[in-house]
Structures are given as structure tokens and as C-alpha cells.
Write a protein that binds this ligand. Sequence first.
Ligand SMILES: [Zn+2]
Length: 262
Amino acid sequence: MTRPLIVVLALAVLAPGALAAYRGPEPLRPPVPTSAEKRSAIARMLARGESVSCGGGRGDAVALTFDDGPGPYTARILDVLRRQGAHATFFVVGNRLQYWPEAAREEARLGDVGNHTWSHPALTRLPHWVVWLELMRTQYAVDEDVGWKPRLFRTPYAMYSPATNSIVRRLGLLQVFWDVDARDDVRHAKVANIVRNVAEGLRPGAIILMHDIHPWTLAALPGVLAVIRAHGLRAVSVGELLALDPPAPGQRCPYGPLPAGR
Ligand SMILES: [Zn+2]
């Protein structure tokens, strides 16, 4: 056998193995959990009977959350997120949905829609039946817009009690807090401050609180997304975070203003 032939034969035998061993560049698109994976991640958290304030901190995902909308800036916030390939969860105030009838559908397409009550009251000061009503009306209003009821709930002003928690649980809702506050809910918040507030608390598994009803939140969003990317992280919805990087049972969140428990 001539020498060139041996080389060719050797290559023919070895090359497939070598190609298999070479896994190529990292996939361009990071894994995105399916709806079923998100649903079962939320169901697992519900079964634990705990609320959620952060993820496990072992991945590259952080959850962006926007409260109090929809509002006049929601569509443009969605545009920014869409252009940058970021996902988010929108905790909507039910009585606002009628004014932005497209909002919930667009939010659902980009991430997730959560329940933030019907009229944003301090739930702990209300009779139980009114708390029921506040939650139920928003469940049905979202269902009307997107075809399913929310599975995530965020209580206004972070106010809760054993009584409100039991109503949240009985409606099959998972209570979600946060561990990074962008503090964009102050009048005329400065873009640089919002970005800095997020940057200071940022780490894998963070749940970031923002509000899609302020112009300065819209203005700060590109900076917030840039700082997330600069940390090697990516913005996902809460359901995606729970599927990708769930917190350990009873896990406390390093930066959170609230305990991980209920
Ligand atoms: Zn709120």
C-alpha cells in the first residue's frame, strides 16, 4: 500500500471520531424552557407551599418583572425586550387591561402575565371576600385576553398575611416577590440610578422588580439589559427562571428585602 493511501484510509477511520469529539461552538440560542416545563416548575414550587423571591443562583438567568401595568409605555417596553431577545413577567393590574386591550396578549407572547390584583389595594386591610374578588376578577380578565388564567401572583406593596396567603394558594397562584429593586417607582427616578440599583444586586437567579408605567423605566431598560449582559446573564420570565434554576427548598435570597418563606 502506498503511503498516501494509508494516510487517506487513516483519515477516513479517524475523522468521524474526531468530528464527533469536536462539539463545535456553543449553540447560538440558550435553552428556553417549554410551556410544559414552566408549568411543572411552577407546580413544584406550589407543592412546596413557599413563595419565591429568587432563583437558585446556579445558572445564567435572571427574571425581569414589571408591575402595575399595562400603561402607556408597556408596548414600547415590549419592543425593547423583543429586539434584545429578552423575556419578562408582567404583573398586571386587572382594571387597566381594558385600556390596553392588546397588552396582555403581547406580554404573554414575550414572557408571562401574572396577577397583581384588580385595583392595587393593600390586601391586608380588606375583608377576605374583597381579597377573593380582587384576585378572581384579574384571573378572569387575563383569561379573557390570553385564553388562560395566571399562575403567578404578586401582592401590592409586598403586603401579605396568613389570610391573604391562604387565598392566593387556594386559587392555585404562586406568590412571587423579588430580591433586586430597581427603585424606579419614585417620582422622576434617574435612569443612571435605576441601572445602578439593578447592577448592585445582580447575580444569577435574581428577580428584578421594575414598573412598566413610567417613562424613566422605558428609558432605563436598554441600560438594564446591557448591565445584565455585561454580567454574562440573560433576562427571562419567572416561569423560565424556575424551570432553569429553581431555588432550593427554604432558600433565602442574599439581596432580598423579604424572606424567601411566605
Ligand atoms: Zn404594584
